[in-house]
Design a binder for this molecule. Sequence first.
Ligand SMILES: [Zn+2]
Length: 126
Amino acid sequence: MIGAQTRAQVRERAQNACEYCHLHQDDSPLAALHVEHIIPKIHSGSDDIDNLAVACIACNPHKGTTLTGIDPETNKITELFHPRRQAWKDHFEWQGIYLAGKTATGRTTIRVLNINSEDQVALRSS
Ligand SMILES: [Zn+2]
C-alpha cells in the first residue's frame, strides 16, 4: 500500500510529469497520472519511494508488469528504463513531437510503452 503522503512526494519529485514520456499533469486534464512500481510487486518490487515513479495513463498500462522488451535495432532482450537508477537524458531525446531512443534501453522502452502512439503524439502536438 502506498500512502497519500508518499504519493504526493513521488509526484513532487517528478514535477508532476510522467517519468517515461514526460507528459505533464496539466496536459492530462481528464486523468490523474499514476504512481507506479518501477519493479512491479509481482517481481517483489517494494513500496519504497526508490521503487516508485510517476507514469501517465498511456505509459503505465503498457508497462504493466513488464521488466524488459526487445530492442527494435538489435533484437536483443533489454531492460526497460529505470527512472531512479538511470538518467532520462542519457536514453531519450525529442525529435520534434516524437521521442527517440539514444540507447537500447531508450528504444526498447519507447517500443514497449508505445510512447509514440497516435494518441500520445496527438496530445503533444495540441
Ligand atoms: Zn507517459
